[in-house]
Write a protein that binds this ligand. Structure first.
Ligand SMILES: Cc1cc2nc3c(=O)[nH]c(=O)nc-3n(C[C@H](O)[C@H](O)[C@H](O)COP(=O)(O)O)c2cc1C
Length: 198
């Protein structure tokens, strides 16, 4: 068994910041690694300072370290394969978009709640990398189950759960997922992504 951690740096067509090129989403996490309270606060602070429409910050988080009741309450609503690898992470972050205001007010900035939430989770992922950690977002979650579990109002929409922890050897994953863990990371070419560029 090899303990080598894959280097999954993006192969970019133009130079980008190291932190952006080096970030990737592992599934093999060290089940013995822990995150400190200081690290968790730093991750959340990075999320807090992301931009948002009208600075409305229509996003909320539920955060549990492995071994806590909150972690278990999030974990039981992961779906499919996510349930097998994500429990080894040191931290689970449930990311919630506040998709409507309280009461009868107009939608306002809440229209961009999911965009704003994504911005904050991208910040969190970058901060995780800066701390020597890795983050892996999951959309494979039971939204209604999480809403009921945490007694969330309908306007609090669970969007993702992000696993954060210390990356471990791909050999710890079931065989059929090992290859994916070490494959070259790919993206659509810029000329397909960019519809118009003058
Ligand atoms: C909104 C969102 C939902 C995702 N859902 C899952 C998921 O349920 N399970 C999973 O293993 N990966 C999930 N991913 C991870 C993506 O598959 C991964 O980011 C993508 O393949 C690019 O790989 P990279 O992050 O290593 O660059 C999700 C990513 C995002 C942004």
């Amino acid at each position: 068994m090899s303990t080598v951690i894959p280097d999954r740096q993006a192969v970019t067509d133009a130079p980008i910041e190291e932190i952006l090129a080096m970030r990737w989403s592992p599934r093999s996490f060290d089940a013995n690694a822990v995150v400190t309270d200081e690290q968790v606060t730093s991750l959340l602070e990075a999320a807090r300072w992301a931009a948002s429409a009208s600075n409305a910050q229509a996003r909320r988080f539920i955060v549990g370290k492995r071994g806590t009741e909150t972690f278990d309450r999030i974990e039981r609503h992961l779906m499919g394969f996510n349930r097998t690898w994500a429990p080894n992470a040191s931290l689970l972050v449930l990311a919630i978009a506040v998709v409507a205001p309280d009461g009868e007010q107009p939608l306002g900035a809440h229209r961009w709640a999911e965009y704003d939430l994504g911005q904050s989770m991208a910040n969190l992922a970058s901060q995780a990398h800066a701390l020597g950690l890795h983050a892996h977002p999951m959309g494979g979650i039971d939204v209604a189950g999480l809403q009921a579990e945490f007694d969330l109002p309908e306007r609090f929409l669970p969007v993702t759960v992000t696993a954060v922890g210390t990356v471990a050897s791909p050999d710890l994953l079931p065989e059929k997922y090992r290859e994916r863990e070490t494959a070259v990371r790919t993206r659509l070419p810029l000329d397909e992504l960019v519809l118009v560029r003058d």
